[in-house]
Design a binder for this molecule. Structure first.
Ligand code: SF4
Length: 228
């Protein structure tokens, strides 16, 4: 991991995101961030000598761990789904997300380590919210699909370690730049489990209001690694 390469992307992203957040608001700011993020990754990919093994139809990442997202990302997904999904699609997402939340609740701490929740937005091995998928889904580029399979098959494994380093550094730096700009405005940037946070955003319009006023956006969804 190269700290220098991460900073190279974190600094300009922080400046641009801060400007967008002030002038355009959080919704447009996150959409603009995703566009810049993808452009940076495209440039890094073109310059890399390594080959990315990720391809359409491969979904180990989407079935391996509980996907997490920040409030600004969850609220954008909620807006996208409300605008574009048909009622039966929405029912499917709600059903799958509800199953994930129930399975997590019923599991012990130890059992949670081996849960393999499928992201509720995965349909036929494809992401149904690709344009607004959270940054965590954009940031890992594997070089060996077998390694992903092994990691998926072994419930006690950690994340596969074969990935394109330049892309990883670029992605981490760019994501950190955006996150720090949102944090600097005093807004919630905790990571929440996507299934639970999405359900809460669907059911409680106050989530968006709490987020805008700098409060903890989600009250029921859990925030991994955060004790607040
Ligand atoms: S949001 Fe899309 S890319 Fe991310 S885990 Fe879910 S289905 Fe996969």
């Amino acid at each position: 991991m190269s700290e220098e390469r991460m900073l190279e992307h974190a600094r300009p992203e922080f400046a641009k995101a801060s400007e967008d957040l002030q002038k355009l608001g959080t919704r447009e700011a996150v959409v603009n961030f995703y566009a810049r993020h993808e452009a940076r990754l495209g440039t890094a990919m073109a310059a890399s000598t390594q080959t990315v093994a990720c391809e359409a139809g491969c979904s180990f990442c989407c079935r391996q761990f509980e996907v997490v997202a920040q409030p600004v990302e969850v609220l954008e997904i909620h807006a996208h789904v409300s605008r574009h999904f048909k009622p039966d699609q929405l029912r499917g997402v709600i059903q799958r997300a509800t199953q994930n939340v129930a399975a997590r609740k019923a599991a012990t701490e130890q059992e949670r380590l081996t849960l393999r929740p499928t992201c509720p937005f995965l349909v036929d091995h494809s992401c149904s919210i690709y344009a607004v998928r959270p940054s965590v889904c954009r940031n890992y580029h594997a070089t060996d699909k077998d390694n992903c399979q092994k990691s998926f098959d072994d419930p006690f494994s950690t994340w596969p370690t074969s990935y394109v380093e330049e892309l990883f550094d670029t992605a981490m730096g760019s994501s950190a730049g955006f996150k720090n700009a949102v944090t600097a405005l005093g807004l919630d940037t905790r990571d929440y489990h996507l299934s639970a946070a999405f359900l809460e955003a669907m059911r409680d319009p106050a989530c968006a209001k709490r987020f805008k006023s700098g409060k903890k956006a989600f009250l029921k969804a859990t925030a991994p690694g955060f004790n607040g």
